[in-house]
Write a protein that binds this ligand. Structure first.
Ligand code: NAI
Length: 489
């Protein structure tokens, strides 16, 4: 069945965005909201946004007219009787959603697909109120719906496969990327992304680094589009905290999803991020200087260093140092007395004691060559001269340098290993396929690379080693290794 007549219920942020996407792809959309003024306001807002796009030359006036002509405001649910698909995007409350779907079952035909845009409620639970739960599914769009490519297509326990197939065909026809997921807490993105916030918050709480430093490490050194604290301020710390709590409770208090005390305190204080003027950063004082966390410029580079012969991406970065000083080949990377490793989770101090040599650890990056920065840490015995030489070497190859305190997994290796573990465990538990999880994280959160693909590329033993070190150090079950990773060692 070709879907050309549909409805969106709820004309808020998500509802109008979804209606726009569908209307721009020749679907006729009926827009309903319990508050009729919300529909009028949403259509007016859309008209203004489309005007801005016309002014920027991105669309033509005819495109705007086509979108607006395809959207019809309706003020009664009964007017949805001829729709092939209804997408609900109202408040995040099970009873409200169930009430709507129960009414729709009486209004619409048997063939009408019923979808919810819920971000955290079980599709199985919503569908439980229906006589025909097999036609109910989740279509989880991301904000802003017209821009974000991902749609998670969620199957409840009783959803019919043909219903899912039809929905995938529809949303891919709208230019979206569909990722299949089972109805489980947080689906893919809101589950797998939890450690990006949770582990960063824990690192801050442990006073290992401040928010500037953690954001700079994950953005400029690792390669994420945005640091976790900047992102939490943008999303709203209250919204992010709510998702964390929902997933934690739905997972029966699994410590992997434990929300942060830091976040609950921020919410209690009304420090909600950009929308309240202050969150982890202060938006009323534009002099917050991100560059403060970087090391000041060091001039003196060593005349010679030793590098091991290897094709590992980290060693490829070090090989570019040949433009700065002479290189001799050896079994280890060495600057002065100090041995350089890419971290695999051990503290620099532990390695220094094992080797009886000073150690400098370099944190992970999705792309060492493209990154703007490196995050490093030193064992206690590294001399000032070696420290300055190492910092100068990286600065000479155009990398800003962050120096972190010595702790297992540093910042990036710790956060990325936790993300990989979460992605792996989602595959292990049948939430989605590894391909769909990688797609979802790239298109739903703009991660530089799929997590499973990245782990396969660098070798599963690396995140496994980081997680094992974290587990030993903290004695916290949140760092337990997914059996999916164990099977790959
Ligand atoms: P919103 O608060 O902007 O809009 C909700 C709209 O639903 C309001 O206009 C309200 O009047 C209407 N409404 C409330 N009860 C209704 C009822 N019984 N019948 C008809 N209309 C009713 O909310 P938003 O942000 O658009 O979220 C909607 C849904 O989408 C929620 O389930 C949310 O979890 C989900 N979602 C939200 C995302 C976001 O970033 N805001 C992202 C992805 C999903």
């Amino acid at each position: 069945m070709m879907i050309s007549n549909m409805a969106v219920i709820g004309a808020g942020t998500m509802g109008i965005g979804i209606a726009e996407v569908a209307a721009a792809h020749q679907c006729r959309v009926k827009l309903y909201d319990i508050d009729t003024s919300a529909v009028t306001a949403a259509i007016e807002g859309l008209s203004l946004r489309l005007d801005k796009r016309i002014a920027k030359g991105k669309i033509k006036d005819a495109d705007k007219q086509a979108v607006l002509t395809n959207i019809t405001a309706v003020d009664k649910l009964t007017e949805l009787h001829d729709c092939d698909l209804v997408i609900e995007a109202v408040v995040e409350k099970l009873s409200v959603k169930q009430d709507i779907f129960k009414q729709l079952e009486d209004i619409c035909t048997e063939d009408t697909l019923l979808a919810s845009n819920t971000s955290s409620i079980s599709i199985t639970a919503i569908a439980a109120c229906l006589q025909h739960p097999e036609r109910m599914l989740g279509l989880h769009f991301f904000n802003p719906a017209p821009i974000m490519k991902l749609v998670e297509v969620i199957a409840g326990l009783k959803t019919n496969q043909a219903v899912l197939d039809q929905a995938v065909e529809l949303v891919t026809g709208w230019g979206k990327v569909a990722a299949h997921a089972q109805s489980t807490p947080g689906f893919i993105v809101n589950r797998v992304a939890r450690p990006f916030y949770g582990e960063a918050l824990k690192i801050k709480q442990e006073q290992l680094a401040d928010v500037h430093h953690i954001d700079a490490a994950l953005k400029d050194a690792a390669g994420f589009r945005m640091g976790p604290f900047t992102l939490m301020d943008l999303i709203g710390i209250d919204v992010n905290y709510q998702v964390s709590q929902t997933v934690y409770q739905a997972m029966f208090n699994d410590p992997r999803y434990r929300p942060s005390l830091l976040q609950s305190e921020m919410v209690a204080a009304g420090l909600l991020g950009r929308k309240s003027g202050q969150g982890f950063y202060n938006y009323n004082q534009p002099d917050d200087d991100d560059s403060l966390c970087y090391e000041s410029s060091q001039k003196q580079t060593p005349s010679q260093i030793q590098l091991s012969e290897s094709n590992h991406p980290f060693e490829q970065l070090l090989s570019t140092l040949q433009s700065v000083c002479s290189i001799k080949t050896g079994s280890l990377n060495q600057v002065g007395d100090t041995i350089l490793f890419q971290t695999v989770g051990h503290r620099a101090e532990t390695l220094a004691q094992q080797l009886d040599k000073p150690v400098c650890l370099v944190d992970w990056s999705f792309d060492y060559k493209q990154s703007k920065a490196v995050n490093i840490c030193f064992s206690a015995q590294v001399s000032e001269l070696d420290k300055n030489h190492i910092i100068a070497l990286f600065q000479h190859i155009e990398k800003q340098v962050l120096v972190t305190d010595d702790s297992p997994g540093m910042i990036n290796a710790r956060v990325i290993s936790m993300l990989i573990n979460e992605a792996a465990d989602a595959v292990f538990n049948g939430v989605a396929s590894k391909q769909d999880i990688d797609l979802a994280m790239q298109y739903g959160t703009n991660y530089p690379q799929g997590l499973i693909e990245y782990a396969s590329h660098i070798g599963w033993q690396n995140p496994a080693s980081v997680l094992t070190e974290l587990y030993d150090w903290f004695g916290d079950d949140r760092y337990r290794l997914s059996p999916y990773i164990r099977r790959r060692l």
